[in-house]
Design a binder for this molecule. Structure first.
Ligand code: NAX
Length: 332
């Protein structure tokens, strides 16, 4: 047996939290040989619901689940954290101003960043799911000066999966044959799904798409908007926002970061920019990354097509604006 890993999940009583916890307990994130200690964070009004989830986790009798503890204090919830899934955030309510949204989330993620700074384990890794995910990750990172910046990431894996799935559907190919898709930029409608380097069944995706009558126009007018607006489509059709697919993406994000991406493929993660691909250093932007030996590396080799580059520039501008908005409110 190996040492247990301490996993903190915020928004534990929420929809995505609920869909995530049981799979983590089952070993689907960190491996079938890795015991886990779960620490659940909720706000006081949802603490009891989180306690109920903890009871259900007991009822799963998961052999890998060493303990479940529930907190409404971030300092205690993040004590010893090695894998942090920051899911809870303040969604935009009806009539809510953008400034209120930024401030509510600024308060949440600055407190959580400070708690991570105070108590995290040496090998802590954080993925922010709660929106606006990239900027929330930036706020948390800026309140954790003792934690290496690269340990703060945000989720764009759901966008990545959506793009992979749409390519498979459009070409009648198995999903598992689609590789090297990239999501660039912000996790928002400005995100940039990129198929220029993608492969389907080992062949250039653009070639396979063309055989199915899908050229640039399909990519620009159908594929990109479909992927970028898929969250809204799910809300329309399902009557609620993405839950299980988001939980799955968060688990895959952390799993690949810890255990590596498959040989010959890469994935997409929003990570602090090192200045490459024209993304201002320090902004948390989605990039194609490969993971090995517990770390991720931004893919520096892929060359941006003109169209992707233009779109990425707009998405990065949006990220810089979000950063400016939180900075001017003293949240960084
Ligand atoms: P829910 O409203 O079901 O759950 C959120 C939970 O977070 C609630 O139980 C709430 O009490 C808790 N919470 C709020 N503030 C907290 C705090 N300070 N500390 C601890 N817990 C806190 O939302 P759910 O559907 O689970 O979605 C969670 C977040 O994921 C939302 O911000 C949503 O926008 C975001 N999403 C991000 C996605 C991504 O790809 N990055 C996709 C799915 C999802 O839209």
């Amino acid at each position: 047996a190996t040492d247990p890993v301490t996993v903190t999940v915020t928004g534990a009583a929420g929809n995505i939290g609920y869909a995530t916890l049981f799979r983590v307990a089952a070993g689907e994130m960190l491996g079938a040989d890795r015991p886990v200690r779960l620490r659940l964070l909720e706000i006081p009004s949802s603490l009891e619901a989180a306690e109920g989830t903890a009871l259900e986790l007991q009822d799963g009798a998961f052999p890998l689940l060493e303990s479940v503890d529930v907190f409404d204090d971030p300092v205690r919830a993040f004590d010893g954290v090695q894998a942090g899934l920051l899911i809870g955030s303040r969604p935009r309510g009806p009539g809510m101003e953008r400034s209120e949204l930024l401030e509510a989330n600024g308060a949440i993620f600055s407190a959580q960043g400070a708690a991570i700074n105070a108590g995290a384990a040496e090998d802590v890794r954080v993925v922010v799911v709660g929106n606006p995910a990239n900027t929330n990750a930036l706020i948390a990172a800026s309140h954790a000066p003792d934690v290496p910046l690269e340990r703060f990431t945000a989720l764009t894996r759901l966008d990545h999966h959506r793009a992979v799935a749409q390519l498979a559907l459009a070409t009648g190919s198995p999903v598992g044959s689609v590789r090297r898709v990239s999501i660039w930029g912000n996790h928002s409608a400005s995100q940039v799904p990129d198929v220029d380097h993608a492969e389907i069944g080992g062949r250039p995706a653009l070639e396979v798409l063309a055989e199915h009558g899908r050229g640039r126009a399909w990519i620009d007018e159908e594929f990109i908007p479909r992927v970028a607006r898929r969250g809204a489509e799910i809300i329309e059709v399902r009557g609620g926002s993405s839950v299980a697919s988001a939980a799955h993406a968060a688990i895959c994000h952390m799993r690949d970061w810890v255990r590596g991406t498959p040989e010959g493929d890469w994935t997409s993660m929003a990570v602090p920019s090192d200045g490459s691909h024209g993304v201002q250093e320090g902004l948390i932007s989605s990039f194609p990354v490969t993971c090995a030996a517990g770390r991720y590396d931004i893919n520096h080799e892929v060359k941006l097509g003109d169209d992707v580059e233009n779109r990425l520039r707009a998405s990065v501008r949006e990220l810089a604006e979000e950063r400016e908005a939180v900075r001017s409110r003293g949240l960084l």
